[in-house]
Each structure stands twice: as structure tokens, then as C-alpha cells.
Design a protein around this ligand. Structure first.
Ligand code: GAP
Length: 489
């Protein structure tokens, strides 16, 4: 298979996931009736359930399994000085370049990286190193020179008629205040982390936390991404799940290693195969970090970041101390010392986690023999995060079967998300549930009226077995519980 063919296949499979997500109620383009809004998406009925389950799993892992981690929910809007102190006003930008013929805008570094990927591994690596050096030195004309030297062309116009490379700040700004003269510019937060930093002392004091301790948060973040591509992988409005872990200065590397291993293990416990996950150390460190690593997943478009683990030093707290004039120190009674804690951060995007889960679950299998052979598509989702835990079907719409099935449904719905369906033949109903990843289907038949048993059908194997109705709930609860994942951590 040559490179072009290989690309067509991988893009094809992301296309399948996107089409599946739309068709079966997981993800829709935002405001689609107006042709959508670039890099903004909405979650549908099954998507929101899956996403909520993933967020709840992360939240439980952080705040319930760790007795030294507590949660907060900070506002999206923050005092504008926050972003000056954090370095985002001056430094949170990407190098961009426009093609004068197509009028298309690109991230200059991405253009070069994509070109590097087409070269031999040695030449590609050398080019990436050259790029990293230029970016490190903030040498934008050097980046342009590299694009010209490599004769990189615009994929749309096919020309190399480029503008200069400029820095483009990724923060969205808006005005707060109703009267124009009194209004001031504020930003939509580009990361949730700063809401944690500015609340460090509030949380430490009110919840009587002792270093080392962590603060976890789930919330929206916004970035005016130049290149918005690959579905929900890179969006302009997205959700982050971040945890800042405050430690004694000098102990940050031990904790950095701890959180690296712990977070990788979490993704494995969720059911992501080990060979589809890897670490990628940052060559170029952010202004606040003394070590940083990405956890990457092998998406249909290659290995890409899903989570970042960053040793952020005392940069943020010290900077807030300086800009606010308020001490951000902690008195450590064990060693009788005051200090500004160091921070190790774990930061995973809820949407990327969702995309990874969906890509990993999407399964196509040929079933049957000869002329009867057909393609079966289903989502092999971990039952604990599946949008619907079980579907309850009476095999016919008469003879008291719907009533019996309804009784089971009404009992189960108190404890889990279940669906009741009586329309269409049972094969079609099974297929519909397979497509949204429902792990169990329960059929109520004539035998159920006689002996209070039902059949349970397993999504992945499609095998069926009989089970007493009295044992059904306990079985479903055990098999769909978060404990099946949490107990592996
Ligand atoms: N507080 C550190 C921080 O924000 P980051 O590596 O820029 O670090 C962390 O982002 C995570 O947030 C990423 O690993 C990714 O999962 C998610 N993320 C970042 N930008 C995103 C975007 N434009 N769309 C979707 N998810 C994004």
C-alpha cells in the first residue's frame, strides 16, 4: 500500500466515526441549519450521556478515590489581570501564515510538521528540530524562510505565495459592563487551571487541606484555534478536566512521575489497549513548565495528544502573588516552613477523551456465511460509560408481554439509564442498540409469563442466556458499575 492509499483509508475511518456520531445521535455540527460554525459541535442524546459518564468517572477517580483531592467549579470569566499574570496575554499564541492566493490561513508550524511527515524519517526529524529551535528563539522570519526553502505549497491554491509569519493570540475577548465607557475587556478562559490557582488559598483553608493536595475541576475552555480540524479533536469551545496537585518545592519530579503513571493507567482501565497509548515528551516546554509529557492515543489520523501532564513549578502562584499583591504561601507545619507550593497538573480534554472512546469502540465485523454474510457495526463501549445500560423488549406487542416488560423497565430505570422498545422485529431492535453501544438487551417472551425469566443478550458476543427477573438488576448493576473500572486503579 502506498502513502496516498494509506491516507485515504485512515481518513475514511475518521469519516465513518463522524458519520456514525451524527446519524446515531452522538455529535452534531453546531447550528447546522445555518451550515454550521467551524470547530464548534453539539452533543446529541446519546453523546451527552456518554460524555457525562466519562466526566463522572474522572470526577469520581479524582475526588473520591483520592482523599487529598477536592473539587471546585470556577467561573469562565475571570479578572483580566489573571491572564496577564498567567502569561496568556503575552504568550498564548500560535504562529500563523496566510496564502495570498487562496486567502486560507494556516498554522506555520503545522504546515512544516505535515511536510516533515512526508520526508524520510531522518530528514523529517532534522526539519522538526530546526523548527523547534526557531520557535524557541521566537524567530518568525526564520520559520517563513524554512517554508520557502522547503517549497511548501498551500494545499488549496497549490502556490507558495505566502504572507509573513505572525503570532496570533488564541484568547477570545469580550466586553463586560453595560455602558460603553465603563466596560472593560475580559477573556473567555483558555484553560480551567487559572480558576484553580486563584482559589488555591480559599480551598486550602476552607477544606483544611495539607500539602500535598489537589484541586480538580471540569469546565469549558475557549481557544480561537487557527486550524480547526479532525472533528471534535480541536475545537474552539471545548471542555477540560484539570487537576492541580500542590507539592513541596523539590518534590515535584516524584509527583510528576506518579501522575504520569497514574493517568496512563486510568486510560488503560477504561479499556483502551496498551499499544494504542504512548507517552510523548515535550521538546519545547511552555513558559511555566520544567517538565511536560503528553499521553497520546492512536486515532485514525495517527498518534495525537489526549492528556497533558505538566510540572508547572511555582510559576502560576508566584505570578498571581506578584500581580495581586496577595501572598500565595502555605505554612507547612511538618517542616516549619512557609513556601509557595510547586504544582503538577494533569489536564485531559473531555471531548478528546470522548473521541478516543468512540474511535476505540467503533467496530465493524463480517457475520454470517456465504450469501447471508453481512457487515455488523456496533460500538464496543465499556458498559460503565455506555449511554444506555440496557434495552427492554417485549418480543410481541400483545398477550401481556408489554406490561411485563414495562414492570422490569420501571424497576431498572430507578438505578440506571434504560430504554423500552416494542417497535419493529427484535433483530432490528438489537441492531439499533448495537449502533449506540448498549451492552445488554433484555427480551421478555411467553416463557417469561410462566417462569419469571427473561433472555439477556450480550452486545459483543451476541450470545443470549436466560436469567431470573429477580437476579437481573443486581447483575446489570454489577456489570455496568464504575467499580468495574475504579477497582483496577
Ligand atoms: N492547563 C494546561 C493546558 O491547558 P493543553 O495541553 O493546552 O494544556 C490540555 O490542554 C488538554 O486540553 C489537551 O490534552 C486536550 O485534551 C485538551 N484541548 C486543548 N485544546 C483543545 C481544543 N482546541 N479542542 C479540544 N480539546 C483541547
Amino acid at each position: 500500500m502506498n502513502a496516498t492509499q494509506e491516507k485515504a483509508t485512515t481518513e475514511g475511518s475518521l469519516k465513518q466515526v463522524i458519520a456514525h456520531a451524527k446519524e446515531y445521535g452522538f455529535v452534531f455540527p453546531s447550528s447546522e441549519i445555518y451550515d454550521g460554525l467551524s470547530a464548534v459541535y453539539d452533543y446529541g442524546p446519546f453523546g451527552v450521556e456518554l460524555k457525562n459518564n466519562l466526566k463522572a468517572l474522572w470526577w469520581k477517580t479524582m475526588t473520591q478515590l483520592n482523599d487529598n483531592i477536592v473539587g471546585i467549579d470556577a467561573s469562565i470569566f475571570m479578572h483580566p489581570t489573571t491572564w496577564k499574570a498567567s502569561g496568556h496575554v503575552d504568550g498564548f499564541s500560535d504562529p500563523m501564515i496566510d496564502n495570498k492566493d487562496s486567502k486560507k490561513r494556516y498554522r506555520a508550524d503545522v504546515l512544516i510538521e505535515e511536510h516533515a511527515a512526508k520526508l524520510t524519517p531522518e530528514a523529517g526529524l532534522a526539519l522538526e528540530k530546526e523548527l523547534a529551535r526557531l520557535l524557541e528563539a521566537d524567530d518568525l522570519s526564520g520559520v517563513l524562510a524554512l517554508i520557502v526553502r522547503e517549497n511548501i505549497k498551500c494545499p488549496v491554491s497549490g502556490t507558495a505565495n505566502w504572507t509573513d509569519v505572525r503570532q496570533f493570540n488564541l484568547m477570545f475577548s469580550t466586553q463586560v459592563g453595560s455602558v460603553a465607557e465603563d466596560s472593560s475587556t475580559i477573556y473567555l478562559r483558555p484553560e480551567t487551571a487559572q480558576g484553580i490557582f486563584v482559589n488555591f488559598l480559599n480551598v486550602q483553608k476552607s477544606a483544611r487541606m495539607k500539602v500535598p493536595f489537589g484541586i480538580a475541576q471540569i469546565g469549558k475552555a475557549f481557544r480561537n484555534e487557527i486550524v480547526a480540524r479532525q472533528f471534535i479533536f480541536r475545537m474552539r469551545e471545548f471542555e477540560q478536566m484539570e487537576m492541580q496537585f500542590f507539592v513541596r518545592p523539590g518534590e515535584e519530579m516524584t509527583w510528576y512521575q506518579h501522575w504520569k503513571a497514574t493517568r496512563l493507567n486510568w486510560h488503560k482501565a477504561l479499556g483502551i489497549p496498551e499499544n494504542k497509548l504512548r507517552f510523548h515528551d515535550h521538546e519545547k516546554l511552555a513558559h511555566y513548565a520544567n517538565a511536560a509529557v503528553d499521553i497520546e492515543f492512536e486515532f485514525p489520523f495517527g498518534f495525537k495528544e489526549i492528556e497533558g501532564i505538566h510540572s508547572r513549578t511555582d510559576f502560576d502562584l508566584k505570578s498571581h502573588q506578584e500581580y495581586s499583591g496577595k501572598k500565595q504561601q502555605y505554612f507547612d507545619s511538618e517542616i516549619n516552613q512557609n513556601y509557595v507550593p510547586y504544582v503538577v497538573e494533569t489536564s485531559v480534554g473531555a471531548d478528546r477523551l470522548f473521541l478516543m472512546t468512540l474511535c476505540n469502540a467503533y467496530t465493524e465485523e463480517l457475520v454470517g456465511e456465504g450469501e447471508q454474510q453481512k457487515l455488523r457495526t456496533y460500538l464496543k463501549l465499556n458498559p460503565a460509560v455506555a449511554p444506555i445500560k440496557a434495552a427492554i423488549f417485549p418480543v410481541t406487542k400483545k398477550d401481556g408481554l408489554p406490561e411485563k416488560a414495562r414492570l422490569i423497565f420501571d424497576d431498572l430505570r430507578l438505578d440506571m439509564k434504560v430504554i423500552y422498545e416494542e417497535k419493529d422485529n427484535i433483530g432490528k431492535r438489537y441492531a439499533r442498540q448495537d449502533l449506540i453501544g448498549t451492552p445488554f438487551c433484555i427480551a421478555v417472551d411467553y416463557q417469561s409469563l410462566e417462569d419469571d425469566t427473561v433472555t439477556i443478550r450480550y452486545r459483543d458476543s451476541t450470545l443470549q442466556e436466560r436469567i431470573a427477573i429477580k437476579d437481573l438488576k443486581a447483575k446489570l448493576m454489577a456489570e455496568t458499575s464504575f467499580n468495574t473500572i475504579l477497582s483496577k486503579l
